[in-house]
Design a protein around this ligand. Structure first.
Ligand code: RB5
Length: 155
């Protein structure tokens, strides 16, 4: 197991639409080259499709605790992030720079990295992936804020 993916030994949930499909394939190849397993919720081809059909099952898996982390990709990242964030336990963060990926973990305890497939190079995307999985949540004042995100609190 690579050291940069220390937060989880469980499979990474991953989903995309057609616009994110090429980058999703590259991300899966990269993760698997690092010894990580992926659970691919689709789409499974570059044919036109609707991102909620793949984001909702992925978000449910994350919300139900079947997975610790997810990666989601559509053209801009916005549609798939909006869909994933309908699930109470999902904190999906749209990231296009490694610095944003780092802050999404450190400050927001993001559990889903969202990438804009049509607006990011594969090289920058992989840097975002590496940074996301190697950055711990800082807790402290950020934990207080993150606890206020859900509409229906458990406590
Ligand atoms: C698909 O053309 C595109 O609209 C979709 O991938 C995404 O960018 C929506 O938010």
């Amino acid at each position: 197991m690579s050291t940069f993916l220390s937060p989880t030994s469980r499979p990474i949930a991953i989903c995309s639409d057609h616009a994110g499909y090429p980058l999703k394939c590259a991300v899966i190849e990269f993760l698997e080259s690092q010894g990580l397993k992926c659970h691919d919720f689709g789409t499974h081809s570059p044919d036109s499709c609707d991102y909620p059909d793949f984001a909702h099952p992925c978000g449910k898996g994350l919300d139900d605790g079947e997975f610790d982390f997810a990666i989601a990709i559509c053209g801009t990242g916005n549609g798939i992030a909006m869909t994933l964030n309908k699930h109470q336990g999902v904190r999906a963060a749209l990231c296009w720079l490694p610095e944003i990926a780092s802050l999404s973990r450190a400050h927001n305890d993001a559990n889903c990295l969202v990438l804009p497939g049509r607006f990011i190079t594969p090289e920058v995307a992989m840097e975002c992936v590496k940074t996301f999985f190697s950055t711990p949540f800082e807790g402290g004042r950020h934990a207080r804020r993150v606890a206020k995100i859900p509409l229906f609190r458990q406590d």
